[in-house]
Design a protein. Structure first.
Length: 365
């Protein structure tokens, strides 16, 4: 289906960021946003592009009390020929559908997600940053906005997309991928079987913040999450999926527990490693095994993967106050090659040999 959305242009365009090398993550929002409504019986309707502005919410709006919401994270990249492209947006749409089911929310059709994203990018293409390592972060989100204290699924929803000119999530100053210190969290949990760990919902992130804050006392950027039941198996790192290379096997937590977010970058990493002939396993890995490998030298690499983080190597784990360096503490060769090919394909400087990019007919001057 072909969608067109009416546009109300801003009469007060904002100044663009002065220094594209210091954009940070999600700080510089563009001039417009996309909004669409959902009402039971009517479905999704009235998609429109309007000036970026605060939204009005009734204080009794159910999302403010019961957090019936979900979001996604995507990026638009600038290719050397000046065109914009997305990366596997169908995967985001599929994840949104799974999240919607878990949260008893209406499914947003894939063609609405993609056409709305494209229309908004077209409107705000002059905001596309050009400095190396930058991109346009796309944040679609949906929330229940029924005015009611009844803790039941809402009958009215709002879908919004906003865009932020963005730099690297974990900035590096050296040109090489910088490594982070990560605290092994053995007290709090991120997600339990039967919970919402596989869904992209705000509550997963809000509930993680105490742990991330506590990690700072150990000079760590974030935490390595262990499973909820036994506090034994490694799961995710901060807001990203986690990969461990022990000798020549790269291991990541399997999705069948329902506690792991099915990351688009996670899936891309697994497929790329298979393509390169690297042994990659989706299996449960105990922290005990990681610790033993760190001690005997067989732990070669740990890295996190995500849309925001891309590939983020970990140089050191801190467990109960003791540091365990990962190999020599520098970015490992697999993480480096993954970043090179993945980010290269996304930005069009490496040929897309996996067929993942989604070029848009939008040219940036
Ligand atoms: C993303 O990688 O897009 C995310 O959603 C992570 C974000 C919460 C920082």
């Amino acid at each position: 289906m072909k969608y067109t959305y009416p546009v109300t242009r801003t009469t007060h365009p904002k100044p663009k960021p002065a220094d594209e090398n210091n954009l940070g993550f999600g700080k510089y929002f563009t001039d417009h946003m996309f909004i669409m409504d959902y009402d039971e019986g009517q479905g999704w309707h009235d998609g429109r592009i309007v000036p970026y502005a605060p939204i009005e919410l009734d204080p009794a709006s159910c999302v403010l009390h019961y957090a019936q919401m979900m979001f996604e994270g995507m990026k638009a990249y600038l290719r050397p020929d000046g065109k914009l492209q997305l990366f596997r947006p169908d995967m985001n749409a599929k994840r949104m559908a799974n999240t919607a089911y878990r949260m008893a929310m209406p499914v947003l059709p894939e063609d609405i997600l993609i056409s709305a994203t494209e229309a908004l990018l077209r409107e705000d293409k002059d905001w596309m940053p050009k400095a190396p390592g930058t991109s346009m972060y796309i944040r679609p989100f949906i929330f229940g906005n029924e005015i009611s204290f009844s803790a039941m699924a809402a009958a009215h929803y709002t879908f919004i997309i906003i865009l932020a000119a963005t730099g690297a999530y974990y900035a590096s100053t050296s040109g090489k991928l910088g490594t982070s210190r990560i605290y092994v969290q053995d007290k709090y949990i991120r997600s339990a079987q039967g919970g919402t760990g596989f869904a992209k919902v705000g509550g997963n992130y809000g509930g993680a913040m105490r742990a991330s804050e506590d990690a700072k006392a150990f000079h760590c950027k974030d935490v390595l999450w262990l499973d909820a039941k036994e506090h034994k198996y490694v799961e995710e790192i901060g807001t990203s999926n986690a990969f461990f290379r022990i000798n020549d096997e790269v291991i990541t937590a399997p999705l069948d527990t329902g506690t792991i977010l099915p990351g688009v970058t996670r899936d891309s990493v697994i497929q790329l490693l298979k393509e390169w002939g690297v042994k990659v396993s989706e299996r449960r890995l105990s922290f005990e095994e990681v610790l033993a490998a760190a001690k005997d030298g067989s732990l070669k690499e740990i890295f996190a993967s995500g849309t925001a983080a891309v590939i983020s190597p970990i140089g050191c784990l801190n467990y109960q106050g003791v540091d365990y360096p990962v190999a020599d503490g520098e970015c490992g060769e697999i993480a480096n090659k993954l970043y090179h090919d993945l980010y290269g394909m996304q930005t069009g400087v490496v040929e897309d040999y996996m067929g993942w990019t989604y070029p848009l007919d939008i040219t940036v001057e």
